[in-house]
Design a protein around this ligand. Structure first.
Ligand code: XMP
Length: 516
C-alpha cells in the first residue's frame, strides 16, 4: 500500500488515482491520523499531498517527524514538500510572489532519481504562495524555477523526495513519469495492482466475509451495482440473489439488458419485480419535480423491501440472508471520512414482512475502487459493454425527464425519442465524448408545425448533451451539426406527437443537468 496523506487538497484523490494508474495500490488517509497509525498500516511508500494552508499559518496541519524517520520512502508534493522542508530543517519563506498555473521547471541535477530521463526544461503545474529557499541538510536540490530556488530536492539514502509542483495534474508534462520514478525506483515497488489481481483479491475477501450464508443485491441497471453483483456472484454463486425493480421509468431496452444480457454474462439469480403500474398510478396527477422524486423514492423502497422480505423468508434456516451488497465506491468512502467499513445498516421495514431486528451486514466489494477501475473490473468479469460503459442515468428515470404529469403515453413517446438520440450518438462515436445526453419531453407545451401539408400541434423535446468530469459542473456539448440534424429529423419523423426538437445550451451552473 502507498498512503496518500491528505492535507486538505483537492488533489489527494487525483494523486491516489495516478498511483493506481501506475498499477500500485494507494489509499488516502487524513493528515490528522497519528503517525503510529499510518505506520501500522505498513505502507511501502508515503505521499504527502498539497493543501491550501501556509506551513506557518496558525493551526496549519503538520506531520510527526516519525513519518520521515521510519525508513519508509516519502514523496512530498507542494504543501507536503514544504512541510518536509521545515520539519527536517530546511527553509520556507513567504516570498511575496506566487506561482500559479503552467510554469517552466529547470531540472538541475541530471542524476536525480525522480527526474531521470526527463528533459532539463519541462512544463509543470504550480499552485503555491510560500517557497522553499533552502533544502534540509543532506538533501540535494534537483530543480528550480525563476521564482523558486528550491523547487525539488531529494535524499536518496533516506529515500526522501520533495517537489513543489503537482505531478498529478496533466499540465505537468512529465508528472506521471516523476511519480512512477518515485514508486518504482524510490520505493522499489512493482506494478502489480492489476484488474485481475483486484478480482482475485475481492473474490477471496467476499468468500471469507459471507461464508455459507446468503446475500441480496439490488440492481439498478447502472455500472456500480452491476459490477458489485458480478463480483459477488463470482465469489459465492447462487448464494446471491439479485433484485431488479422495474419502475416503468427506464429507457428503451434497459430492463431487457439487465434481464437478459447481464444474467447471461454472469449467471446471476435474478428476481425481477414488474412494478410499472404501481409507480405510474402513484405518479398520476403529479407534476411537481420534488414530489415526483419523493413518490418514486418511496415506492422504490417499498417494492424493494417486499422483494427482500420474500427472499429472506424463502431462504433455508441454515443459510440465512445476512448480507446486503452495495456498490459503494472509493470516492464516497473518502468523502464520508474514510472509515474502514464496519457499518451495519438496518434495513427499513415500514412495509413488508421483515422481522423487527433484522440487520444486514454490508458487502461492498467496490469500496477500494475508483470509477474507471470499476469499469475495468466489469470488463474483466465479461459484462457487456453497454453496461460497463453506461452513462449516468438518474434513479427516478424518465419520470424526471417529462416536464408535466407522467403518463404511460408520454413515457412511450419519450422512450422512442431518447432511443433515437442514443442510437445516433453511438453511431457517430460520441458516447465517450459526452457525459450524458438527457432527452426531455415538454409534455405541457405544444407548438404548431406542418407535416405532409397538414398542420400539427405537437410537443417539443429538448436535447441536453453535456460534458463533465463529475456532474458537479458541466458544459453543454458542442455536438456536430450533422449529428444534431439527424437526431432532429428522425425524432420528428418517427415519433408522432413530437414536432419540434430543441437544444439546451446552458452550462451547469446555472442549469442542472436534468431538467427536474
Ligand atoms: P443534476 O441534474 O443535479 O444531475 O445536475 C447531476 C447528475 O446526477 C444524475 N442524477 C441522479 N442520479 N438519482 C441518481 O442516481 C437521482 O435522483 C438523480 N438526479 C440526477 C444526473 O443524471 C446527472 O448525471
Amino acid at each position: 500500500t502507498v498512503l496518500v496523506v491528505d492535507f486538505g487538497a483537492q488533489y489527494a484523490q487525483l494523486i491516489a488515482r495516478r498511483v493506481r494508474e501506475a498499477r500500485v495500490y494507494s489509499e488516502i488517509v487524513p493528515s490528522t491520523m497519528p503517525a503510529a497509525e499510518m505506520l501500522a498500516k505498513n505502507p511501502k511508500a508515503i505521499i504527502l499531498s498539497g493543501g491550501p494552508s501556509s506551513v506557518y499559518a496558525e493551526g496549519a496541519p503538520s506531520l510527526d517527524r516519525a513519518v520521515f524517520e521510519a525508513g519508509v520512502p516519502v514523496l512530498g508534493i507542494c504543501y507536503g514538500f514544504q512541510l518536509m522542508a521545515t520539519t527536517l530543517g530546511g527553509k520556507v519563506d513567504n516570498t511575496g510572489g506566487r506561482e500559479y498555473g503552467r510554469t517552466q521547471l529547470t531540472v538541475s541535477k541530471p542524476s536525480s532519481a525522480l527526474f531521470e530521463g526527463t528533459p532539463d526544461e519541462q512544463q509543470v503545474w504550480m499552485s503555491h504562495g510560500d517557497a522553499c529557499s533552502a533544502a534540509p541538510e543532506g538533501f540535494a536540490v534537483t530543480a528550480s524555477t525563476d521564482l523558486v530556488p528550491v523547487a525539488a530536492f531529494e535524499n536518496e539514502e533516506r529515500k526522501l523526495y520533495g517537489i513543489q509542483h503537482h505531478p498529478e495534474v496533466m499540465h505537468s508534462t512529465y508528472g506521471q513519469q516523476v511519480l512512477e520514478h518515485f514508486l518504482y525506483r524510490g520505493a522499489g515497488l512493482s506494478p502489480s495492482w492489476t484488474t485481475a489481481s483486484i478480482v482475485d483479491e475481492q473474490v477471496a475477501a467476499i468468500r471469507a466475509q459471507v461464508g455459507s450464508k446468503r446475500a441480496i443485491c439490488g440492481l439498478s441497471g447502472g455500472v456500480d451495482s452491476a459490477v458489485a453483483a458480478a463480483l459477488v456472484q463470482r465469489a459465492i454463486g447462487d448464494q446471491l440473489t439479485c433484485v431488479y425493480v422495474d419502475h416503468g421509468l427506464m429507457r428503451k431496452g434497459e430492463t431487457e439488458q439487465v434481464e437478459k444480457d447481464f444474467v447471461a454474462a454472469t449467471g446471476v439469480q435474478l428476481k425481477v419485480v414488474d412494478a410499472a403500474d404501481r409507480f405510474i398510478d402513484a405518479l398520476a396527477g403529479v407534476s411537481d419535480p420534488e414530489q415526483k422524486r419523493k413518490i418514486i423514492g418511496r415506492e422504490f423502497i417499498r417494492v424493494f423491501e417486499q422483494a427482500q422480505a420474500q427472499i429472506v423468508a424463502e431462504a433455508p434456516s441454515d443459510e440465512p440472508v445476512a448480507f446486503l451488497v452495495q456498490g459503494t465506491l472509493y470516492p464516497d468512502v473518502v468523502e464520508s471520512g474514510g472509515g474502514t467499513g464496519a457499518a451495519n445498516i438496518k434495513s427499513h421495514h415500514n412495509v413488508g414482512g421483515l422481522p423487527e431486528d433484522l440487520e444486514f451486514e454490508l458487502v461492498e466489494p467496490l469500496r477500494k475502487l475508483f470509477k474507471d477501475e470499476v469499469r475495468m473490473v466489469g470488463q474483466e468479469l465479461g459484462l457487456p459493454d453497454e453496461i460497463v460503459h453506461r452513462q449516468p442515468f438518474p434513479g427516478p428515470g424518465l419520470g424526471i425527464r417529462i416536464v408535466g404529469e407522467v403518463t404511460r403515453e408520454r413515457l412511450d413517446l419519450l422512450r422512442e425519442a431518447d432511443a433515437i438520440a442514443r442510437e445516433e450518438l453511438t453511431a457517430a462515436g460520441l458516447d465517450r465524448d459526452i457525459w450524458q445526453c438527457p432527452v426531455v419531453l415538454l409534455a405541457d407545451v405544444r407548438s404548431v408545425g406542418v407535416q405532409g401539408d397538414a398542420r400539427t400541434y405537437g410537443h417539443p423535446v429538448v436535447l441536453r448533451p453535456v460534458s463533465s468530469e463529475d456532474a458537479m459542473t458541466a458544459d453543454w456539448s458542442r455536438l456536430p451539426y450533422d449529428v444534431l440534424a439527424r437526431i432532429s429529423t428522425r425524432i420528428t419523423n418517427e415519433v408522432a406527437e413530437v414536432n419540434r426538437v430543441t437544444l439546451d445550451v446552458t452550462s451547469k451552473p446555472p442549469g442542472t443537468i436534468e431538467w427536474e
